[in-house]
Design a binder for this molecule. Sequence first.
Ligand SMILES: NC(=O)c1ccc[n+]([C@@H]2O[C@H](COP(=O)([O-])OP(=O)(O)OC[C@H]3O[C@@H](n4cnc5c(N)ncnc54)[C@H](O)[C@@H]3O)[C@@H](O)[C@H]2O)c1
Length: 454
Amino acid sequence: MNVCVIGTGYVGLVTGVCFSSLGHHVICVDQDHHKVQSLQDGVVPIYEPGLKERLDQNRNEQRLSFTTDMKRGMAQAEVIIIAVGTPANKDGSADLSFIKRVSLDIGHYLTPGVTVVTKSTVPIGTNRKIKQWIAFSCGHQQFSVASCPEFLREGNAIKDTLEMERAVFGVEDAVAETVLRQLHEPIPTTIVVTSIETAEASKYAANAFLATKISFINEVANVCENVGADIEALATIMGLDHRIGPSYLQAGVGYGGSCFPKDTQAFIRVAQQAGYDLQIVPAVEKVNKEQRQRLFNKLKSVYPPSLAGKRVAVLGLAFKPNTDDMRAAPSIDLVEALHHAGATTVGYDPVAQSQAERVLPNLVRTSSWQEAVKSADAVFLLTDWPEFKAINLNELKSLMNEPIVIDGRNLFKPEEMLKYGFYYDSIGRTKVDGRSLSGANVFSKALYTQTGTK
Ligand SMILES: NC(=O)c1ccc[n+]([C@@H]2O[C@H](COP(=O)([O-])OP(=O)(O)OC[C@H]3O[C@@H](n4cnc5c(N)ncnc54)[C@H](O)[C@@H]3O)[C@@H](O)[C@H]2O)c1
């Protein structure tokens, strides 16, 4: 099929590359000249494992190209995919200005019979508006619209597209369903055909549920700290129940990224506008915000009365591993709080260094974790990159001014940190202070009781 993808960000680029891998002919359109130029030069502007290789292959095989020219992009298209951003407005509602702009532009060049599919996450009712906007600018209704919400996870986006667990087709006519079936034909997946409204709502509901799981386990972790229970063992026990499942039960600093924070907020507004006040989702958001503050307080309590003048290293800046996406990353709030408290911050991330420069101008960025922790009075661990899991604890301790580690991802084991002589606090586990301990029998003096699983 001939496909035009409009918006070449995390979703649009992955979609374009993957659909061309399936044999479709794809033209990706973006208004960002710099981005399009990079892509035409074979430079991928985001970090996503496996994307560059597929992009090169499909470009070489003439199935994939990039342009800023909407008319050119749409000229041969049988299907047009909208993948532009829907960021949050100040009040939390979804900003539909990019969607509206693109819909009006589509109308200018639309050939009758084409299906316009929205992958962007949009409030319920938006695809109906898209139809009106397009019709307004093209002057006819000879086209179909469909909602095909995107469920990919950054860092795993290729697999999530080529082996998607489900494809949701929100359609109002048979033409759109046939086109979407053809487009997804080579992907072995479960297809759910439903109404446009249900498809739109399903994305918000799915993200709100995953965010709920994260905030729930974080609340349980906070209780664990007060009662001496261990969240890691507890989450394993819960996850073994197939009705619950183990995913999204990792206690930590809370969720961030381009989706959960804005989509939970937008869902609250969507429900409000429809006359229903959600109860659970606002609580999920509140817990998530407080979780960042809790982590900060853990460090504050080590240095009473003030963190002024302390040098704090932040390991991990992206909101999760395997991406360079800094949108709503916990590191942003933590670094701001540290500066506000008078501390200086030094940070390192394996791939998000340049993205971090834009959002964390006061953070001194380094090119290795060793450089970041050098002479630090404390380390905050915020992203569970494999590189950090492999840190040599002896080396870490020897580089730091004070061996204090606050682990927002439960990456290290408290008993190990105790053995190496760290003050170590994490999420939902008993904190340990090994600074005055040395020698082989430290465990006899340990504050920590092991509750791990076999
Ligand atoms: N990032 C994710 O993990 C993810 C996952 C699922 C769904 N989504 C949803 O997908 C949508 C896109 O997200 P993203 O992260 O890819 O956004 P993004 O900000 O990375 O990319 C959006 C792109 O659209 C381009 N654009 C904006 N207006 C345009 C126009 N008029 N013409 C051409 N290009 C235009 C921008 O230049 C940008 O490159 C959002 O609604 C998001 O909620 C994102």
